[in-house]
Design a protein around this ligand. Structure first.
Ligand SMILES: NC(=O)c1ccc[n+]([C@@H]2O[C@H](COP(=O)([O-])OP(=O)(O)OC[C@H]3O[C@@H](n4cnc5c(N)ncnc54)[C@H](OP(=O)(O)O)[C@@H]3O)[C@@H](O)[C@H]2O)c1
Length: 296
């Protein structure tokens, strides 16, 4: 099969052996995959022979030998640890979900890491009915799902989007400094000064979920920043340590897409031969939402 392999000169297409699935793994023909900001850092750090790719959608070609998971021919979405940017992927059945008919493969491929991160970071705010929520990085893969999921939860949502954007039920502001707090939940992924401002906007006892630093900057914070925001908590989220069952989260997200309660902003869509262009566009944030590449 053909696969994308990382090298010190960048990504290359290479013919490699088909995966040999473990008993708990289904063999999936990958039809589309999406990119995540974190993968830019992984590609820079893991050069020699690493096989990238976490978000995949496709069709089961071989069911798991232990009898778990779907049968051949089933359309699925999956979150794998790596090696997903390839024609075939061996996927633990606990990490995949069957797709409802209404969900297109490209929409599904956008969901795994960004959607699951959005789902579980918004859940960290508890019951959000009537609560105030602030989302930074709202034009991004994770952020645009966080905004929609917080609105769905009944919150009064403000989206921080440098470019300005239409967020339906949510208000949009160009900078976190323009956001009118206090907020019960802030989902913070921009890092640096943005985290500093997030604390300045949090209600006493509220929750700031610290999940990323898209700006690459460090946050200068100390105890005095919490005066007026007493009892507020900073909660870290790391998807790799999230105990929420992946198959169930992917089912939840796919169902919301099928019901048109959640939509994916597909800002970049091309054939997987365009991978280098897609990574450059992501690096420079020339599009909104998610980049999805399809395998013909
Ligand atoms: N902790 C976890 O488990 C987890 C999981 C997934 C992602 N993450 C992190 O969450 C963040 C968002 O991930 P993503 O995949 O959604 O990324 P993305 O699609 O590239 O979105 C990045 C967002 O951050 C905004 N942003 C603000 N300042 C920025 C800057 N200086 N440089 C680049 N972007 C900036 C962008 O706004 P513009 O559109 O205006 O550029 C965009 O809305 C990343 O830091 C990622 O590493 C963490």
């Amino acid at each position: 099969m053909k696969a994308l392999i990382n090298t010190s000169e960048g990504l290359i297409f290479k013919t490699v052996a088909d995966p040999s699935p473990a008993p708990n793994q289904a063999l999936v023909a990958v039809r589309a995959f999406s990119l995540n900001r974190g993968e830019l850092a992984l590609l820079a750090a893991r050069t020699e022979g690493w096989r990238p790719g976490q978000d995949v959608a496709g069709v089961v070609v071989e069911a798991a030998a232990d009898g778990s998971g779907p049968t051949p021919g089933t359309r699925v979405v999956a979150l794998v640890e790596d090696s997903g940017w390839a024609e075939l992927a061996a996927v633990p059945t606990a990490r995949l979900a069957e797709l409802p008919d209404e969900v297109e493969i490209e929409q599904a491929a956008a969901l795994p890491l960004a959607g699951r991160t959005a789902l579980n970071t918004i859940r960290l705010g508890g019951n959000l009915l009537g609560r105030k929520v602030l989302v930074t990085g709202a034009t991004g893969g994770v952020g645009h799902y966080q905004v929609q999921l917080a609105v769905l939860s009944g919150a009064d949502v403000t989206a921080v989007a440098r470019s300005g954007a239409d967020y339906g039920a949510a208000k949009a502001v160009p900078s976190i400094t323009d956001a009118e707090g206090p907020y019960d939940l802030v989902a913070e992924s921009s890092g640096g000064e943005s985290l500093h401002h997030a604390i300045a906007k949090i209600a006493p006892g509220g929750t700031v979920v610290v999940l990323g630093t898209s700006s690459g900057a460090k946050a200068p914070i100390d105890v005095y920043d919490f005066i007026g925001h007493e009892g507020a908590r900073l909660v870290n989220y790391m998807s790799y340590a999230d105990p929420s069952p992946i198959n169930r989260d992917l089912q939840t997200l796919s169902k919301l897409i099928a019901q048109q309660k959640l939509t994916t902003d597909l800002g970049f869509h091309a054939d997987w031969t365009q991978i280098k262009v897609a990574l450059d566009e992501l690096r420079h944030r020339t599009f909104r939402g998610k980049a999805v590449l399809t395998i013909q």
